[in-house]
Design a protein around this ligand. Structure first.
Ligand SMILES: Nc1ncnc2c1ncn2[C@@H]1O[C@H](COP(=O)(O)OP(=O)(O)O)[C@@H](O)[C@H]1O
Ligand SMILES: [Mg+2]
Length: 277
């Protein structure tokens, strides 16, 4: 039998590289940081930020824009917040969940996974809490993707895995398995998670290594002012901006500001946030 091995001494065919499709976020200012194209379709991107940084808002906007601008259905999986409180929080921001449901949004309430017993019995089989979590998450998403042809998925917050999988190695395997399973659905996924150790020396988290992209959302407090700063830390298969940008959380959602606005803040010397970026 002859085994075919690609000749790695030959140059790669770069023409095939741009065959990617992209999922535009539609969030003002954000796609510009992503080469004007958006997120490579089908990838899983971690949105890492402090509480109140606007992760849920950004994710809901991503889903809403998919529906309004591109006619793409979306799925939102809640691992932490009950759906009534989510509806209320989003309506304050100006995002009406009911309207989105009418346009193709599916909400999955997975908050019960947090309180599962150590072992779960399913059809005469005993599964650990972790095994059951992964199985039910991926199965419920798969069914909904098949039903709705969803192109966008949000899991909020993945940080809940810290409670479900207290062991670091087990959690790493679980996140890797989840990302692998999600990649089969063809949808672009945002995995929302809490930023640990905010500050100059933030330590990298499991999600940084395992997902294809990382967007960092930070709230920086200086002299009674709060600055919201976003940075694309990683995005595979695209030439993206690497410098930080200011953003706003306001009625209607997130808005990423121009390059000049951060420069303006630094130049005016209102605060010295440059060291924290
Ligand atoms: N209309 C508004 N204008 C400005 N800020 C708002 C408005 N509504 C809510 N916020 C703020 O935006 C924050 C973003 O919330 P959220 O998206 O839930 O953040 P996260 O998911 O990162 O915890 C809220 O904590 C709130 O303080
Ligand atoms: Mg949130």
């Amino acid at each position: 039998m002859k085994i075919l091995v690609p000749d790695l001494t030959q140059p790669l065919e770069y023409s095939s590289i741009d065959r990617f499709n992209y999922t535009m976020t539609g969030i003002p200012g954000l796609d510009d940081l992503l080469d004007g194209k958006g997120i490579p379709e089908g990838s899983s991107v971690s949105i890492i930020g402090a509480p109140g940084a606007g992760k849920t808002t950004l994710a809901m906007q991503f889903l809403a824009n998919g529906m309004h601008m591109f006619g793409e259905a979306g799925i939102y999986v809640s691992l932490d917040e009950d759906l009534t409180s989510l509806r209320r929080a989003m309506s304050v921001i100006g995002i009406d969940i009911e309207t989105l449901i009418g346009k193709g949004l599916t909400l999955i309430d997975a908050t019960h996974l947090r309180t599962l017993p150590k072992e779960v019995k399913v059809a005469n089989q005993r599964l650990t809490k972790g095994e059951f979590t992964l199985l039910s998450l991926t199965e419920s998403i798969r069914t909904r993707v098949e039903e709705t042809k969803a192109k966008r998925i949000v899991i909020d917050p993945l940080a809940m895995f810290t409670i479900i999988f207290p062991d670091e190695t087990e959690r790493r395997v679980a996140v890797a398995d989840l990302i692998h399973d999600l990649s089969k659905f063809g949808a672009t996924t945002l995995l929302l998670t809490e930023l640990q150790n905010d500050g100059l020396n933030r330590s990298y988290q499991i999600e940084d290594y395992l997902s294809q992209g990382v967007i960092l959302m930070r709230k920086i407090l200086r002299d009674d002012n709060i600055f919201y700063v976003m940075r694309i830390e990683k995005m595979r298969s695209i030439e993206h901006e690497i410098k930080p940008r200011l953003y706003r959380v306001e009625k209607g959602g997130i808005k990423v500001l121009s390059e000049e606005s951060l420069r303006g803040v630094l130049k005016e010397g209102i605060v010295d946030i440059s060291k924290s970026l």
